[in-house]
Design a protein around this ligand. Structure first.
Ligand SMILES: Nc1nc2c(c(=O)[nH]1)N[C@H]1C(S)=C(S)[C@@H](COP(=O)(O)OP(=O)(O)OC[C@H]3O[C@@H](n4cnc5c(=O)[nH]c(N)nc54)[C@H](O)[C@@H]3O)O[C@H]1N2
Ligand SMILES: Nc1nc2c(c(=O)[nH]1)N[C@H]1C(S)=C(S)[C@@H](COP(=O)(O)OP(=O)(O)OC[C@H]3O[C@@H](n4cnc5c(=O)[nH]c(N)nc54)[C@H](O)[C@@H]3O)O[C@H]1N2
Ligand SMILES: [Mo]
Length: 770
């Protein structure tokens, strides 16, 4: 037996120890302080499998022949030619210089959205931005695919987006104080496995157990019963997707109808509530928003809705709203309506009362919140004011010069010539991939930096092979984690892969900004520097002692100062004048003067029910399903898609789509059968999973399958839902993505279809066999 090395490491799905023998990973052990480790840690070995890795820098043949564009339509079809790092670095630096000199820096799109590694030094998109900020800047993006409509409307109505970034009531306080808990969306260990920047201990289950133990009333409003663990014994309200706003308004309207709204709270703490109430009681538009009205839209029982309303006032009530609800057309409304309902019920600012957003969406939301400075390499000073709302990337590439609106401003799309994507996978994350593919032909040059031959890398001109986090040293940590975690190098880089820092350091040298980029520090010097800044801050501002760097590095983890048992807006509730919010009125905005002036039909001046572009209320017949493409349980997005915890949920290398037994019987679909999902935008295959946890008329297909189009029709065979989803903004105000608004048809598939993962493998081999 050789010598087994124990190597502390961390990913977005948690901390773990890698067992390494003779340069190979032979085992993975969970972090000792993690009560609920994620099974995804066991997929990490897949990173050391060379078959899907980019092993050398690669350049697309057609691009080399025809450098000033014109061969964009061959992306994804052309062969790649391996080049040396020296050549690749020169080509990349040369393109950056060419485009900024000929067209200006705004013609470089480096928004580069994506989850990349959780490491805070080798953070690919931060390093990309740091590099480009030193040479005049780039076009970037604002908000995220996770949350955009939500934070935009909350910044306007609450003065900050803290309530959806993990700073509303903490879960410990909810577990102790709440008496009626209404869950819109999910509180699920499935999504709570992950946290951006890593997580030490997964604590959602612990809090849910405490809630179950106290025997309080818990209601799950969701099309999917297992969005809460079964042992929570929640009442399940299987709502029609995208209609939560109507339920919230109906509940608020019932309170108004009964005269049970909290007049004192509305008068002291809110502005514009008269306009909101006029909408609820029907005096504004002649339609009373009540239980009966809500029942017709949501498909829920009117009697149940009517009976719930008084409980929101008579007991300490808390509304939790998943991020998923705002990833839908008019996604601003469920967040604003929930705020409106909590305000009408007068529960905001009380322990365990009110509303909060994103609990369980990530593992750290509602967990003790980090007070100190989190480690992160600086992106440098922003040197150019050019951005798009993150999900408008296809619109930008298709329509240079056209205007768009965002938070009430009007701006223009830049004319993009160069796209540089480091650590993200738009062919996973963007909606309506077939439309993206058209836009993707437009830029002159596309550079992708990724460890894997992702569908995005396949469609690049220059591919730079980054190493994975286990091939280099780094550290993890963020505001929503109670630990900083060491990420030790476990194995040598595969092939010629280089760390993200090394890659950008080389490019920076070619651009003549090497010293400014690295500030004279190498990898370990940077890690030490970032850790020390966090340690010093914890000591100076909070008297919190963290270990010296060497002790931390050896031990593999260190605790950081946190805030627990937090009640959101408690001070504001007591004295709103002394604690004004950063809004147009200093109060919670329930009727907005700004939005009244803007007159956006898709984001009016008070929370309102607006029909989504696609929903079951618009379905042409009983054969249309509302597609919910939620987060996959066995992986993070598209990462480690071929790893064991991801494959465990596939059949024939394909994702499974869950549908209700009644729907399956009507359509003649047997459990396990291959089905075709389609609409006007595209089609994909999936394996049917017949399951009564899914509401009738709803189909659940997780995201993350590697885009695998086949044949002339382009039929996607891996089950990537984004060939079906709708690429429209949530509204002119928020411009978020509307991934969860999508109707599809489903039918048995009789044709032959290859094993999707194997087929993908053959595609890569054909493109990059050199
Ligand atoms: N239909 C639908 N679509 C959705 C969603 C939905 O709910 N429904 N959800 C959306 C949401 S919330 C999100 S956050 C997005 C996620 O979208 P992405 O963040 O784009 O998805 P990931 O698969 O995490 O992509 C990360 C990429 O980084 C690469 N990578 C990993 N480590 C490193 C590294 O060290 N260096 C470099 N250079 N690269 C690395 C991985 O190989 C991978 O290609 O998807 C969105 N898309
Ligand atoms: N294992 C794993 N965990 C993850 C991720 C991952 O890829 N894998 N991704 C992480 C990321 S980046 C993010 S942003 C978060 C996202 O966190 P969320 O947005 O909370 O996650 P989703 O899985 O999209 O949606 C949660 C549930 O909301 C329900 N839902 C969808 N639409 C509606 C609706 O209109 N009304 C109601 N009432 N319910 C609805 C669905 O049943 C779905 O299961 O997850 C994170 N956690
Ligand atoms: Mo996300």
């Amino acid at each position: 037996m050789g010598n087994i090395r124990r190597v502390p490491h961390c990913s977005h799905w948690g901390a773990y120890t890698l067992l390494v023998e003779n340069g190979e990973i032979v085992g993975v052990e969970p972090f000792e302080h993690d009560p609920n480790p994620s099974p995804i840690i066991h997929s990490v070995r897949e990173w050391s499998n060379p078959s899907r890795r980019v092993l050398r820098p690669m350049v697309r043949a057609g691009w080399l022949e025809n450098r000033d564009g014109g061969s964009g339509h061959l992306r994804g079809k052309d062969k790649f030619i391996p080049v040396s790092w020296e050549t690749a670095t020169e080509l990349v630096a040369g393109e950056i210089d060419r485009v900024r000199q000929n067209y200006g820096n705004a013609s470089i799109f480096a928004g580069s959205y994506g989850w990349t590694s959780c490491g805070r030094l080798h953070h690919a998109s931060s390093l990309l931005k740091r590099t480009l900020n030193l040479v005049g800047g780039f076009t970037g993006h604002v908000d995220t695919y996770s949350i955009a409509a939500g934070p935009v409307i909350l910044r306007h109505t609450l003065g900050s987006d803290e309530a959806c970034s993990g700073q509303a009531n903490t879960l410990d306080s909810i577990a102790e104080n709440t008496e009626t808990l209404v869950v819109f969306g999910a509180l699920s260990p499935r999504t709570a496995q992950s946290e951006a920047g890593g997580i030490g201990s997964h604590t959602l289950e612990k809090h849910l157990e405490r809630i179950a133990e106290r025997g309080i009333r818990v209601l799950l409003v969701s099309p999917l019963r297992d969005d809460l663990p079964e042992w929570m014994n929640a009442e399940w309200w299987p709502i029609r997707p995208n209609t939560d706003t109507a339920l919230m308004l109906g509940l608020a309207g019932e309170l108004v109808k009964a005269g049970r709204h909290d007049r004192d709270f509305l008068a002291r703490c809110c502005s514009g509530s008269d306009r909101f109430i006029a909408y609820l009681d029907g005096s504004a538009d002649g339609i009373r928003k009540d239980a009966q009205w809500a029942a017709e839209i949501t498909g829920l029982d009117a009697e149940h809705i009517r009976a719930l309303a008084p409980a929101l006032v008579d007991t300490r009530s808390m509304l939790t709203v998943s991020w998923s609800l705002q990833r839908a057309h008019h996604g601003e409304q469920p967040f604003w309506a929930a705020l409106g309902l909590a305000a009408v019920a007068g529960q905001i600012g009380l322990p365990g009362g009110g509303v909060g957003f994103g609990y369980g969406s990530l593992g750290g939301v509602g967990a003790p919140f980090g007070l100190g400075k989190s480690p992160a390499i600086s992106q440098g000073l922003k040197s150019l004011d050019s951005f798009i709302p993150v999900a408008r990337v296809t619109d930008m590439l298709l329509n240079p010069g056209d205007t768009f609106t965002y938070q009430g401003q009007t701006r223009a799309y830049p004319d993009i010539r160069l796209v540089y994507w480091a650590g993200g996978n738009p062919y996973h994350h963007h909606q309506d991939i077939n439309r993206l593919a058209e836009a993707w032909t437009r830029p002159e040059t596309i550079i992708v930096q990724d460890p894997m031959w992702t569908p995005t890398a396949q469609r690049a001109d220059i591919v730079l092979p980054a190493s994975t986090s286990i091939e280099r040293n780094d550290l993890a940590g963020n505001k929503r984690s109670d630990y900083i975690l060491a990420m030790h190098k476990a194995i040598e880089p595969l092939g010629e892969a280089r760390s993200d820092f090394e890659i950008f350091n080389g490019i920076a040298r070619h651009l003549g900004i090497g010293d400014a980029f690295n500030e004279g520090r190498d990898e370990m010097a940077w890690i030490r520097y970032l850790y020390e800044a966090t340690r010093r801050d914890a000591g100076e501002r909070f008297g919190f002692e963290m270990p010296e760097f060497d002790a931390f590095w050896q031990q593999g983890h260190a605790r950081v100062p946190v805030r627990e048992n937090h009640t959101f807006l408690a001070g504001f509730r007591q004295d709103p004048q002394a604690h004004p919010l950063n809004t147009e009125s200093g109060l919670i905005v329930l009727g907005s003067d700004t939005l009244a002036q803007l007159q956006y039909a898709d984001c009016p001046e008070h929370p309102a029910w607006l029909e989504p572009a696609e929903w079951l209320g618009k379905a042409a017949d009983g054969n249309e399903f509302h597609l919910v493409s939620h987060q996959p349980s066995g992986r993070l997005h598209s990462q480690l898609e071929a790893g064991p915890s991801s494959r465990a949920n596939k059949r024939n290398g394909r994702e499974q789509v869950r549908i209700n037994p009644v729907d399956a019987a009507r359509l003649g679909i047997a459990d396990g059968a291959t089905v075709r999902l389609w609409n006007a935008r595209g089609a994909c295959l999936a394996a049917a999973s017949v399951d009564d946890a899914v509401r009738q008329g709803v189909a659940i297909l997780p995201t993350g399958a590697w885009f695998t189009p086949t044949g002339n029709s382009g039929l996607e065979i891996a089950g990537n839902p984004n060939v079906l989803t709708l690429d429209v903004p949530t509204s002119q105000f928020g411009q978020g993505c509307s991934a969860h608004t999508c109707l599809v048809r489903i039918e048995p598939y009789e044709g032959l279809a290859p094993h999707a993962i194997d087929h993908y493998q053959r595609t890569i081999a054909a493109l990059a066999d050199a």
